[in-house]
Write a protein that binds this ligand. Structure first.
Ligand code: SAM
Length: 364
């Protein structure tokens, strides 16, 4: 119809070919349905009144011809029509409203809700059969312009560096991206270093506990999502990681987010933390599978009264069993602990959960 529309409009030179005119023409060509015509100045007030009455038809687009607004509605009762008169003068009309274009969700396309996670512009799907994976990838990419790459894991999160291998399924062939979280940007290589967006809420919880004069020691910093968020709120951060790729990204992310109140160190947290005895107001221990092996170093680095945020993976029937390990480690160092918070962070595997134990360190 757009070719016909421009021919008609060109014939009549007195008509201004602008977006409104074309829209109006387009709506006239569409099927007519019930609408309300009000003066433009009353349009928004009237739309709200229609929504309150549940009379507004969200399946059709509002249209305007300059001075008048056309609002799509369902059939109105007499009572409703009266109520609307109190808002402003209006006319009931039949109008060719254009249907709202529905953006299809992956579920609409596939007939089921696929499981996936987004990091930056990369979608990570489950490791499915090749054809099924391609179908899911294509549904994801057609329902979102921001997904440029789809990958699927071909290994678990493994090894000391907690990394994962992926296969390319669709889009650009890469595992690097830029992810936004809490207003900060992170360069990430999903194969080169650990990162999950599923800890975003937990990172915000820790940030809310950190004060402007605090020193934070992040023992397993990865690409920096805890460290950089904390650095924006506290006096100084000491961030370390054993994985050289993670440290390279951590440095890049500190620069990217203009964070300068940070020491970034590559190496073993058990050794590095020894250099920071009684230095930290908060110690973050985000290495859930083996955090208990680093408890003496973490307790040593905490100031008297400092808080350690300890993450571990636990069976659902004994969620906070590591509390015993924490008490034993503190006792061996002639220190005490006070548990401040114990909670579930996220599910990890069937019957296994990622939990956090926050404890205050009491030193004699
Ligand atoms: N905190 C980061 C995050 O939330 O994205 C990364 C957490 S990841 C689960 C654990 C990190 O600890 C990995 O980056 C790994 O390389 C690092 N790591 C493992 N063993 C380490 C050690 N002995 N010393 C320092 N870092 C270590």
């Amino acid at each position: 119809w757009s070719m016909d529309a421009s021919k008609v409009l060109k014939k009549h030179a007195f008509l201004r070919i602008d977006i409104l005119t074309v829209r109006l023409y387009r709506s006239l060509m569409a099927d007519e349905s019930l609408g309300i015509k009000v003066e433009r100045k009353n349009g928004e007030r009237f739309r709200r009144a229609l929504v309150d009455l549940k009379a507004f038809d969200p399946g059709r687009k509002i249209c305007s011809d300059g001075s008048q607004i056309y609002l799509p509605v369902r059939e109105l009762s007499e009572k409703e029509a009266e109520k609307l008169r109190l808002v402003a003068d209006y006319d009931v009309v039949n109008f060719g409203f254009v249907p709202e274009e529905k953006i299809l969700t992956p579920e609409d396309i596939l007939g089921f809700r696929p499981s996936f996670e987004i990091v930056g512009d990369i979608a990570m799907i489950e490791d499915l059969e090749e054809e099924e994976a391609e179908r899911v990838a294509s549904a994801l990419m057609s329902s979102s312009n921001s997904i440029k790459t789809v990958i699927a894991p071909i290994s678990d999160v493994e090894g000391e560096y907690r990394t994962r291998r992926y296969r390319h399924v669709a889009g650009e062939e890469r595992t690097t991206t830029t992810h936004k979280e809490h207003g900060l940007r992170y360069r990430i290589d999903l194969e080169g270093a650990y990162f999950t967006p599923r800890l975003g809420t937990e990172r915000l919880r820790i940030a809310s506990l950190v004060g402007p004069t605090d020193v934070v020691l992040d023992m397993f910093a990865g690409v920096g999502p805890f460290s950089i968020l904390m650095a924006k709120r506290c006096r100084w951060v000491v961030a370390m990681d054993k994985n050289p790729v993670a440290v390279q990204y951590l440095r890049e992310n500190a620069r990217l987010n203009k964070v300068e109140n940070i020491d970034i160190l590559e190496g073993d947290a058990n050794e590095i933390a020894l250099r920071y005895q009684n230095a930290a107001d908060h110690v973050i221990m985000n290495l859930p599978h083996s955090a208990s092996l680093f408890l003496p170093a973490a307790i040593g680095a905490a100031k008297p009264g400092g808080i350690v945020h300890y993450y571990c993976i636990s069976p659902e029937d004994d969620l906070y069993r590591d509390e015993l390990l924490i008490r034993e480690a503190a006792e061996k160092m002639s220190a005490g602990i006070e548990v401040l918070c114990e909670s579930i962070v996220r599910s990890y595997a069937p019957h296994r959960l990622n939990v956090v134990i926050d404890f205050r360190v009491k030193k004699l």
